[in-house]
Design a protein around this ligand. Sequence first.
Ligand SMILES: *Cc1c(COP(=O)(O)O)cnc(C)c1O
Length: 400
Amino acid sequence: MKYTVDKNGFFGRYGGAYVPEILYKCVHDLQDAYLDILGSDEFKREYHQLLRDYVGRPSPLYYADRMSRRYGCRLYLKREDLNHTGAHKINNTIGQILLARHMGKTRIIAETGAGQHGVATATVCALMGMQCEIFMGKTDVERQHTNVERMRMLGATVHPVTTGNMTLSDACSEAIRDWCSHPRDTYYLVGSTMGPHPYPDIVAKMQSVISEEIKWQLQEKTGRDYPDFLIACVGGGSNAAGTIYHYIDDERVSIVLAEAGGHGVDTDYTAATIQAGTEGIIHGARTLVMQTDDGQIKEAFTISAGLDYPGIGPMHADLAERGREQVIAINDDEAIRAGYELTRTEGIIPAIESAHAVAALSHLRFRPEDVVVLTVSGRGDKDVETYLVHKDMAGEYGDF
Ligand SMILES: *Cc1c(COP(=O)(O)O)cnc(C)c1O
């Protein structure tokens, strides 16, 4: 099973570009241009140079000795938390800002939930001297104040969105609305493998550097270039897409994704879209969506602001349906405990998003010789407050 997207942007039944008529031209221009630009020598040179000198790539592949002994396997952590701005998101924003520049765009818009994508976007706009407008739900503006200040310091304008639940999903809708009124000069810089075609494909390709590096790093460290297991957390699906990109057609590799269960998949307080969602259209793509019987989008619920999205990238809807991905819902308390566990066992405080991936380890059975690569999508500095407030969920680690 290869990574394949057809020319209309479908991954099996999922994907496509369901956009209002006023955006047809923008979206089609992008569809026509992106593959040539991404494939050009000039783009590749700029992109790889910035990844190396600005982002700090390659990110290390770290053998986690104490965690390995605990889980009875050979566990390697792919350290996206060590990137500039603290997560994998910068891989994508670096790529797309170059794409926008090649297309002659001068104004950048983006949506953000927790503010991580907003910060990564404001960062590359500062780097390139481009105008930056960030749409963020008012609720998120209030709960993610530090990131809002970072964006402002970087020169971005942050627009609090007051429609709907005032969270990520509403920020996406508002960004699309802005794009409709500025189709000519504006580039919409999407933060995950979601949105209308070609965004899911663009973002997957920009993040595929993760598995490109895993290949040669594993070869160096273990003498073979593939693991037995790949594990990543999944919100919209971009760090997972990058982690698995070069291994999708390699059946020797089991792929395990951790989605946010919130209070539990069978409650109303969940963000486990792959398990709790049904087919529908969200933000320009046909995919799995958490929705009511009459098609109203439900609010996603999880302790992790970065996984708080009621949709899922269409490539994952497809791969999960075909059985290529095993998807585990990790509840809030499991994620918090796993975040403490990694902190105390390896001295690495993971983002709460990434802690969901760590928690997946205890749901799996390993043989001692199994090589497991787990992507730590981001660092937990932004989440220290949340970890401390919820230390009652940390089990044996919470007693301090
Ligand atoms: C945004 C974010 C995620 C979720 O986004 P994906 O597109 O699913 O990768 C996961 N981890 C961190 C640290 C994030 O900031």
